[in-house]
Design a protein around this ligand. Sequence first.
Ligand code: NDP
Ligand code: 8X3
Length: 272
Amino acid sequence: MSLAISKRLEGKTILITGASSGIGRSTAFEFARTAPKNLKLILTARRVDKLHQIAADIQKEVGDGVQVLPVQLDVSKPDEVREFVGKLPEEFKDIDVLVNNAGLSRGVARAPEIAEEDMNIMFDTNVTGLINMTQAILPIMLRRNNGEGAGDIINLGSIAGREPYVGGSIYCATKAAVKSFTESLRKELISTRIRVIEIDPGQVETEFSIVRYYGDKNKADAVYAGVTPLTPDDIAEIIVFAAGRKENVVIADLLVFPNHQASATIMHRRPT
Ligand code: NDP
Ligand code: 8X3
């Protein structure tokens, strides 16, 4: 880790949604390891027990320079998001970096067989949840520098938002919506110093496929058969890299594949 990136991140307050697993969890560790002397982390998700364990593990690893606040938050519930900032302890309210990571896919059904419940969960989490979080935190960032603003909004998109595929129509539509919202937001905030960043991973092995296949571990494992997917740490390094650039440098969007992947559906699988 370079000294420059540590110094740039020191003293910041970072909010990560969906920090109980996968990319969000790894991102929490990566921020803590990069700026261990002075950092505040707000970790949110629905499974608060996991967040408490992650907080304890981070503090055990890096010590008391990193303060970690686990908060139970379901981003798909507008009321919970609306009340979120007001309930934060004063010392955690001045959020510098928002990582909009919470997200999921449910099922691989094709129209007209897509369950209404799955459709609603994906849109309420991946789209409305991300937009509500952004709107809740933006006023904090806009108040800095006499109204000129400062801060980073880092949205997790996906290759799915760039290239729709069979069996992913709703998930792909949600990630396309993330892309569109992110690009509008960057334009709307151009007169501020707020950076709007999108990271679009390809295949990353996390709990994502287990959730997509409703807990069926065999189906989830088959997704990664014969390939070497990205790890959540790979994406965490890129998120922290983006947040740790000089203030004038904006990683506007970034597509990240593992070596075997060339599009949403073109993968080179080796015999297992
Ligand atoms: P995981 O399933 O491992 O993690 C998803 C996280 O989102 C969990 O911490 C989960 O926590 C949280 N989450 C889900 N629903 C909600 C909700 N309603 N409110 C709050 N938190 C919620 O998957 P990944 O780490 O892979 O996914 C992270 C992001 O990366 C997602 O946006 C996903 O779409 C995106 N992505 C993933 C890729 C992959 O191949 N894995 C590729 C491209 C993008 P909890 O259940 O405790 O609430
Ligand atoms: C998750 C990756 O390829 O399953 O965004 O859509 S993919």
